[in-house]
Structure formats: C-alpha cells, structure tokens
Ligand binder design. Structure first.
Ligand code: TYC
Length: 102
C-alpha cells in the first residue's frame, strides 16, 4: 500500500508527463523580390490558408516586415519552415521563413 508521500510524488510525475509540448510560431519575412502571388500560393499550400487569409498575411509581411503563419509543435514548425525554404529555393526566390518558441 502506498503512503501519502509516494502517492503525491506519483501524481507529480503523472502531471509532468502530460505537460503540453512547447509551441513555436512560424514567421515569414519580407524581401524586395519574391512576387506577392508566389507568397500567397506558398501560404495556401504550406499552411492550408484560404486565398483571402493568405493575402492578408502576405500583405502584413509586406507592410510590417514580418508575419506569423501559425503556431505548431517543434516538429511540425520545423517541417513547415523547411517546406517554405525548399519551395522558395526551387523557384529561386529569396523568401525566408523562421520559427521561434512562443
Ligand atoms: N515585398 C514583396 C514584393 O513587394 C512581397 C513579399 C511579401 C515578399 C511577403 C515576401 O514574405 C513576403 N514583391
């Protein structure tokens, strides 16, 4: 039979186990060369945004220098950043994407 202290320790361990994972914001950076239409298509493709939402985010990045595309676990955020960078490289645009813990 567990005493009270062991029971408490076990509950703490269980709590630690279900702690939510850290989340990461994926951010798109502005540049002077990547075509606006290309950025919109990337946002629709990689982040499953509607054309309207993608246009809003693209314009925010264009005007303010940076914009958040979404918040994800580390693995998903890393994959999205890679997808954006790879598609930009494929079409030889300088579009940059980065991530940061929230
Ligand atoms: N500033 C770019 C232009 O004028 C458009 C652009 C928007 C580029 C968002 C990158 O993340 C970006 N063609």
């Amino acid at each position: 039979m567990r005493n009270q202290e062991q029971h408490g320790a076990l509950l703490e361990a269980e709590k630690a186990k279900v702690k939510p994972p850290p989340l990461y914001k994926v951010m798109l950076l502005n540049d002077d060369y990547t075509p606006m239409d290309f950025v919109v298509v990337v946002l629709q493709t990689v982040f499953a945004m509607s054309r309207e939402k993608a246009t809003q985010v693209m314009l925010q990045v264009h005007r303010e220098g940076m914009g958040v595309c979404g918040t994800f676990t580390r693995e998903v955020a890393t994959a999205k950043v890679e997808q954006v960078i790879n598609i930009a490289r494929k079409y030889q645009h300088p579009l940059q994407c980065t991530m940061e813990e929230t």
